[in-house]
Design a protein around this ligand. Structure first.
Ligand code: UN1
Length: 513
């Protein structure tokens, strides 16, 4: 049976294959007990990675804080050159890393490649940004004075990322942080530890080739206890954390307690509003990819469709029909659309959510369930489900990280749909399908969608790196990736310079000696 080139990919990524199919990653400083990584694709052990002990962590922080002192002195455009090389290395390793992401995390190979492409894209963005960390000059009210604003490196940036985007989210943060002159310590997900080590191997190569200290990019491995070492550490001025609202609540409070800065990118409960003029050719692929892509485990996954009652039956039938075409199976096999959930805990959460929806009065339109038999031995493959529900159901109000799509109706004007769309605690992504200009503009206006991302005639997922990524309310308020998200990775300094021979005071205050 083909292994879809997995062993070769592991080899290429420096995760050396050892007898009986396991591999061990090399990585700096960690010496603790082993985390085993099992693939949700076939249930097999892929490799083991050592966790970071408290002593290891101290070594990491020593290396990182020391590296910062020299790295901040390198001019930003020269730091851009390092990122350019990093982007090129990622281009070389795109297939191998995309494959590892697919095998360790379970998303389709196409989506694995897409994730690596996001890394490459942010590198390109960051290279350009390295010549645009611009401050501004500000008129002073005092004669012979000038004011300006400068952006300086902030220090060690702690990055916490989740299993569902095991490589791209790190790259969004790291590429920007480096351009800004910061160094990074990254805790990847303990559910995809080999992806973390593979990235570390790539960046270590780049640092070596440029004679730069390893401390510019460090990893730490393990569960939330390892994360806590960073969140409580006053040597880390910024923590960027991507993951569940539950995690973000703890991280935010811990970091705020010590007056650190945090960037939180947490859960979504993303909806698409489907209006009477929506084009089904766009609606169906947009909604279906949004709901089942990455097996419903993107924070931007489409969880709710809010459909105008006049087109409800037509839209429902088209989407239910499309679900019949979905092929579920090994995500490395490009004939399949949907791979497995990350693990059996996720399967149980998915099953419980379906039961809860039924108990609350939901109607099953497309039956869910766990797949069994040949090819499904890992026990993590589930059927994407569609449930007719109401927005106020408790289960609908929660983000279930699984392919469950809730359908609901609205009547009358688009405002009624917007109310439903906004009527959840999360505020990440949203979309409207319409050919009515006024509806689209209302949806995008100050009284429209309350989300960080609001789209017209595309789905809720698959954001490009050029825009700021993140959302409001329980999504945490942070923005990563494009636009001016870089500013959070820097400290702002306001300068007033007096080039006159007098000392006039601001606000006209007289103080004669
Ligand atoms: C995430 O799920 O945490 O917009 C990130 C998207 C991807 C990123 C998702 N570009 O779906």
């Amino acid at each position: 049976m083909t292994d879809f080139g997995i062993q070769e990919a592991l080899q290429e990524l420096g995760l050396k294959a050892i007898n009986n199919g396991t591999s061990t990653g090399s990585h700096n400083f960690s010496s603790g007990e082993l985390i085993e990584s099992y693939s949700p694709v076939d249930g097999k052990l892929i490799g083991k990675v050592k966790t970071t002990t408290k002593e290891d962590y101290e070594k990491v922080m020593e290396a990182a804080t020391k590296a910062f002192l020299s790295f901040r002195n390198i001019p930003a455009p020269q730091r851009g050159e390092i990122i350019r090389q990093f982007g090129n290395k990622l281009r070389e390793k795109k297939a191998a890393l995309g494959k590892l992401v697919s095998y360790e995390m379970g998303k389709s190979y196409q989506e694995g490649l897409g994730e690596v492409q996001e890394m490459i894209d942010i590198c390109d963005f960051a290279v350009g940004l390295s010549r645009q960390l611009n401050g501004q000059t500000i008129p002073s009210e005092r004669p012979g004075h000038v004011m300006r604003e400068q952006w300086h490196p902030i220090g060690v940036v702690g990055i916490i990322s989740a299993f569902n985007f095991p490589v791209a989210v790190w790259a969004w943060n790291t590429a920007l942080a480096w351009i800004c002159g910061d160094v990074c310590v990254w805790k990847g997900s303990e559910k995809a530890p080999l992806c973390t080590v593979a990235c570390q191997n790539i960046i270590t190569e780049i640092l070596k080739e440029n004679n730069l200290p390893e401390g510019i990019s460090c990893i730490i491995n393990g569960d939330y206890k390892v994360g806590e070492m960073m969140t409580t550490d006053t040597r880390i001025p910024l923590i960027s954390a991507t993951g569940s609202t539950k995690m973000g609540r703890i991280v935010g409070a811990t970091v705020a307690q010590r007056f650190g800065k945090f960037l939180l990118e947490l859960g979504g409960n993303n909806a698409i509003i489907i209006t009477p003029t929506a084009d089904l050719k766009v609606v169906v692929p947009g909604a279906v990819f949004g709901a089942v892509g990455t097996c419903g485990q993107r924070c931007t996954s489409t969880r709710r469709l809010i459909i105008h009652e006049s087109v409800y039956d037509k839209v429902r039938d088209a989407i239910v029909g499309a679900y019949k075409q979905i092929k579920i199976g090994n995500p490395l096999d490009e004939n399949n659309h949907v791979g497995p959930l990350i693990d059996k805990d996720a399967v149980n959460t998915y099953l419980a959510a379906i039961e809860k929806a039924k108990a609350e009065g939901g109607t099953i339109l497309v039956e869910g369930g766990v797949l069994e038999g040949k090819g499904y031995e890992s026990g993590c493959y589930v059927k994407p489900a569609i449930i007719e529900a109401e927005n106020h159901f408790e289960i609908v109000q929660h983000e279930t990280f699984a392919p469950i799509l809730y359908l609901m109706k609205y009547s009358g004007e688009v405002e009624n749909a917007i109310d439903q769309q906004n009527g959840v605690a999360q505020g990440l992504s949203s979309a409207i399908m319409t050919n009515e200009l006024k509806e689209a503009e209302k949806f995008l206006s100050y009284s429209g969608s309350d989300c960080g991302i609001a789209n017209v005639n595309i789905g809720t997922s698959g954001a490009e790196i050029g825009g700021a990524f993140g959302g409001e309310k329980e999504t945490g308020g942070g923005r990563e990736s494009g636009s001016d998200a870089w500013k959070v990775y820097m400290r702002r300094q306001t300068n007033t310079v007096n080039y006159s021979d007098e000392l006039p005071l601001a606000q006209g205050i007289k103080f004669d000696l």
